[in-house]
Ligand binder design. Structure first.
Ligand code: NDP
Length: 402
């Protein structure tokens, strides 16, 4: 019996559950719990129409006791956390208490400080090790598959890696004036931070979205796009774990329209996480903005185009300089036809299923708290295609330093 409990019935969690249900030989029993049970039930009833059964429950994942109680009732082997980064620590506490392995896709972030980093979760290493439990951190696409791309490149294509540039392009169009591709609050908190990259042991900062250049992506439907340097959480662990690394950066594409809207919202204070008083109520502007913006899950039916996310890696092999781009291309409409989701939630929601498979089959069963690049990338990379995320490799030119 391989029972999993998915927590969080949002855009990404919905993909995770629907994908896991395609593999009953691996995931024989699937539970979905979220704050709003009706969201879980809507997904369950969709799957029931296809003859697939999942079980649902109501859960406030901030409440450790409530999660422990649910885990003791359900007795899953693995908990997949697809709620928000704020729930990482309470869910890890509950897993430790109930003896359940843990997988998530985003590192912990306190609600009142827009500062995401791994230190809070890395502090759980010894406790997971002692309990004989495995916690796998950041098992989405980026972080997640991008970390596996780096580990795979280091293992198979390079003797030494010198630089990594992670490139994340969304060439999709949803036809709305402004919307984010995943949870708006988390997304905007990430993008409006100062840019940061790591070079020769030092973190260097840039003004938000101030460093950019055009990049020609491999697929013609992605094409040449402006990429913007920003800090992304996998930089922190990869800078630590990739032997010989000299520099690592992260880049994301944005349209001019998106940036203009973001700038206006920032200028009027709508992206702030500081509470303001309005008619006697304390309101956090970015939370209010989230309520106004389209739910990312609702963009699925209208989004057309492709995504391309990959790692541009330079280094040496047998004394020769090499540059390789390892990447995945995903099509928004194909994702929607298959799992009722646009490609961003699809690319984020499938990897935790592939990661959970590695835990259930024992390939990644290793007591402690791990980032993806610390685990054997081969079984994960071998499974990605069969789970809907095929990857490609091509020779490339290094990124021009702006
Ligand atoms: P959504 O906002 O669509 O979904 C989050 C879900 O979590 C909601 O259904 C919500 O509740 C539920 N939730 C929130 N708080 C609690 C709580 N206290 N208890 C129980 N459930 C709760 O977000 P997304 O699906 O877009 O994103 C989910 C996660 O995936 C985020 O952490 C995000 O950072 C991460 N992500 C990772 C990526 C990667 O590549 N690594 C890429 C994209 C996203 P309710 O039931 O009320 O709806």
């Amino acid at each position: 019996m391989s029972r999993i409990l998915v927590v969080g019935a949002g855009g990404v969690g919905s993909v995770t559950v629907r994908k896991a249900a395609q593999f009953p030989d691996v995931f024989s029993d699937i539970w979905l719990a979220s704050r709003t049970k009706s969201r879980c039930d809507a997904i369950a009833s969709d799957l029931a129409a296809d003859g697939k059964t999942i079980h649902t429950a109501s859960l406030d994942a901030d409440d450790v006791r409530a999660t422990v109680k649910l885990l003791e009732e359900v007795r899953p082997t693995v908990l997949l956390n697809l709620a928000l980064p704020y729930q990482d620590l309470p869910l890890m506490d509950a897993c430790l208490e109930a003896g359940v392995h843990y997988v998530d896709t985003a590192n912990y972030e306190p609600r009142d400080v827009a500062k995401f980093e791994y230190k809070w979760q890395w502090a759980y290493r010894e406790r997971f090790e002692k309990a004989g439990l495995t916690a796998i951190l950041g098992c989405g696409f980026d972080p997640g598959v991008t970390n596996a791309f780096c580990a795979y490149a280091a293992k198979h294509y390079f003797d030494e890696i010198r630089t990594v540039d992670i490139l994340d392009a969304n060439a999709g169009d949803h036809g709305r004036p402004f919307a984010t591709n995943f949870n708006p609050e988390i997304n905007i908190r990430e993008i409006t931070q100062r840019g940061r990259y790591w070079e020769k042991g030092v973190w260097k900062e840039t003004d938000p979205l101030s460093v950019h250049l055009p990049y020609a992506f491999p697929h013609e439907q992605v094409g040449t796009r402006e990429i913007y340097l920003l800090f992304h959480e996998e930089l922190e662990s990869l800078a630590l774990n990739l032997r010989g690394l000299e520099r690592i950066r992260f880049w994301m594409t944005f349209s001019q329209n998106y940036l203009t809207h973001l700038r206006v919202l920032e200028n009027v204070g709508m992206t702030s996480i500081e509470p303001v008083m309005y008619q006697g109520h304390s309101v956090i502007p970015i939370e209010f903005l989230k309520a106004l913006l389209p739910d990312p899950a609702s963009l699925g039916p209208d989004t057309k185009g492709k995504t391309c996310i990959g790692c541009l890696v330079t280094g040496t092999k047998a004394g020769k300089e090499e540059t390789k781009f390892i990447y995945n291309i995903c099509d928004h409409e194909a994702c929607y036809r298959e799992l009722k989701s646009q490609a961003i939630s699809y690319t984020a929601g499938v990897p935790p299923v592939v990661g959970a498979k590695q835990l259930l089959t024992g390939a990644w069963l290793r007591p402690g708290v791990w980032n993806i690049e610390e685990l054997n990338p081969d079984p994960f990379m071998n499974d990605l295609g069969a789970f809907g995320l095929p990857w490609e490799l091509r020779e490339a030119d290094p990124l021009a330093v702006p």
